[in-house]
Design a protein around this ligand. Structure first.
Ligand SMILES: [Zn+2]
Length: 111
């Protein structure tokens, strides 16, 4: 996956998780800075990401808190299933979106 796209995707995920947390804090009665600023940043980040990738991400994020996860030692760190070598081999080519065959999360390689 394109390095830059990946960074934006991970940032988008962080923002979404922050937004979710700020909802929870509100429920608990904590005073937070309002999500307006975060939403503005989110929009900016989202625009940098390829449409197709964003759609996949949005769908995954409804299901998982972490939709974009790293692979370490051929293991998907989302569901902890060992990936088939056919996938791990291709993963390093950096071209398309790779998804875990077990959980469907978007994968990136740590090394
Ligand atoms: Zn997985």
């Amino acid at each position: 996956m394109d390095e830059k796209q990946l960074r934006f995707l991970v940032a988008l995920q962080d923002i979404d998780n922050m937004l979710q947390e700020s909802d929870t804090e509100k429920e608990l009665g904590f005073k937070t800075e309002g999500p307006d600023k975060l939403l503005a940043i989110r929009k900016e980040v989202a625009e940098k990401i390829d449409m197709q990738m964003r759609r996949i991400y949005e769908r995954l994020h409804e299901k998982y808190r972490r939709a974009v996860v790293p692979v370490k030692d051929d293991i998907c760190l989302g569901c902890f299933v060992k990936l088939p070598t056919s996938l791990t081999g291709r993963g390093k080519e950096n071209i398309v979106i790779f998804r875990c065959e077990n959980c469907g999360r978007i994968l990136y390689w740590l090394d």
